[in-house]
Design a protein. Sequence first.
Length: 321
Amino acid sequence: MDLLIVKLSSLGDVVHTLPVVHDLRDAFPDARIDWVVERGFAPLVRRCAGIDRVIPCDLRRWRKAPFARETRVEWRAFREDLKARAYEAVVDLQGLTKSALVARMATLAPGGRRYAMANATDGSSYERPTRWVADVAIPLEQQLHAVERAREVCARAFGYALSGAPRYGLARAAGPREDTVVLVHGTSREDKCWPEDHWLELGQRLLAQGHALALPHGNEAEEKRSRRIAAALGPRAEVWPRLSLDALTQRMARCAGTIGVDSGLSHIAVALDLPHVQVYNFDTAWRTGPLGNRRQQAVYARPTPSVDAVWHAWQGVTMAG
């Protein structure tokens, strides 16, 4: 069977979808599985064991200049790439108008079908065109974890039973591990951030425990925060250079663990099976937090979790692993 997954963005959502590849491989060992994704996240999908071809697109960038010559040329090339193979199944796991458009453009083999979600689930975006385009719309329970939502759609579409914890297919790096804890303080929403003084107190405790610290960043504001925290904590707190997603994933994979806010990098830490504590200011860990792994915990409190609560969770995940 030739099968196409449509999950374009964002980083955390792409990570949450990775386990469907391994569910599908178990059910259909000889299947060919391709994936359409935004170009920025393509390196992560390429790292996933079981993917045959990644088809990158730049919808976010193209929408900013839809009539530019460069956009028209790149859009034409993307369409040709997408249509180069006929699929027995196209599965829209995003549930948005843009993903429905991509699913509709893909070529179906004779007797092939397009699958999508029939309804929204709590806390997740959903737009009706995804259902209109689908040949088969899969109804879902209202409360589902993001990982389980994607797994359920595929299991119900193709008639297999789910079993076991999710497997992400991002193998940890070979070779020696670094006794470094990655502090993921950056996120796309300011109201998801953890107070800077909390990071400093946590960092001091980790240093006293013998760990080195790493501070990644993805933009100028995050870099400034990384440098302030590192300056206050001393030479064993390293500000990483701004890395590509592939290089950042590779470097995180060698570390001892991660503590971070609700962000794409924290979800990558989950997929890498690192000891991990995820910090939530909102009661949404049930939908996006670590799932089914004693080495990984979510900590939630309003207005924000205490340092003691995060430290206690960290002690628990490191002892579990």
